[in-house]
Ligand binder design. Structure first.
Ligand SMILES: CCCCCCCCCCCC(=O)SCCNC(=O)CCNC(=O)[C@H](O)C(C)(C)COP(=O)(O)OP(=O)(O)OC[C@H]1O[C@@H](n2cnc3c(N)ncnc32)[C@H](O)[C@@H]1OP(=O)(O)O
Length: 229
């Protein structure tokens, strides 16, 4: 437990802009790279546009970057590796030395392409997601597990940005309409209630024109008990 949480906590620091140095703060759209100069490792911020992004997701990205200008919204940076140690062979033997964050483990365009924006005052997060061809479930449709992943990550980020580092305790997802593979969808997530260490989050998943509700979900995220950490 201790071993797996420590690198996540480092990531949380970077995610919330709590660490200084060359790591980009949340909402800092400028730096595309996270630099760990002592380790001479460069990890790309993967929530920035790449050539696989459709015009639609690019347009949404541009619209929300404008909303970031007054500070009300912040873009949430996102990386493939939890820490520099995970980017190169480690003391771990075999496959574990190649660990990547699941939602960033695919090459550009093949899997999870997404960017998230967080609004601190409203305690909500918007995720623009384009599912690539390696996320197929039924023919031509997005796999439900891929959508569950994105709901989990968006809800988790919403809780993390509101509180502390959390683990997912419960997810309850209604799959209402199938999602065409490759289409752009919008995941809206908000904090409904906070009770001690428990963050109750709800999510809805819609088409960009808001005419189709693909899914809705609730989740419980729990911050780690300091005594158990
Ligand atoms: C990469 C970083 C970037 C940051 C980006 C963040 C996005 C990350 C998204 C991915 C996240 C993951 O994949 S996380 C990986 C998947 N999740 C896991 O592996 C979690 C496994 N479960 C656990 O480790 C544990 O059960 C915890 C940490 C969730 C909770 O354990 P605990 O801390 O000991 O909590 P415990 O004392 O038992 O319970 C505290 C309170 O919560 C309630 N509670 C506990 N579990 C539940 C439950 N399932 N449903 C209802 N209620 C529950 C209890 O009744 C209690 O209520 P009361 O009596 O106080 O009222």
């Amino acid at each position: 437990m201790l071993r797996s949480c420590a690198p996540r906590l480092r990531t949380l620091g970077a995610l919330r802009g709590l660490t200084g140095g060359a790591r980009p703060a949340v909402g800092d759209a400028g730096p595309a790279l996270r630099l760990f100069s002592s380790e001479k490792f460069i990890d790309k911020d993967r929530s920035l546009p790449n050539p696989s992004w459709s015009k639609e997701i690019r347009l949404l990205f541009d619209q929300f970057m404008k909303k970031c200008e007054d500070g009300s919204w912040k873009r949430v940076p996102s990386y493939r590796y939890i820490s520099p140690q995970d980017s190169k062979p480690t003391k771990e033997e075999g496959q574990m030395s190649r660990a990547r964050i699941f939602s960033r483990s695919y090459d550009d365009g093949l899997g999870f392409e997404f960017v998230m924006f967080h609004n601190d005052v409203e305690k909500r997060t918007v995720c623009f997601f384009q599912g690539g061809p390696h996320l197929q479930g039924p023919s031509g449709l997005l796999h439900g597990g891929a959508l569950a992943t994105m709901i989990d990550v968006t809800g988790g980020v919403t809780a993390v940005m509101t509180g502390e580092f959390v683990m997912t305790a419960n997810l309850n997802i209604n799959f209402k309409r199938p999602i065409p593979l490759g289409s752009v969808i919008v995941i809206n997530s908000q904090i409904d209630k906070v009770e001690g260490r428990k963050f109750f989050v709800s999510c809805d998943v819609q088409s960009v024109d808001e005419k189709t509700l693909y899914s809705n979900a609730t989740g419980l995220f729990i911050s780690l008990d300091p005594e158990k950490k």
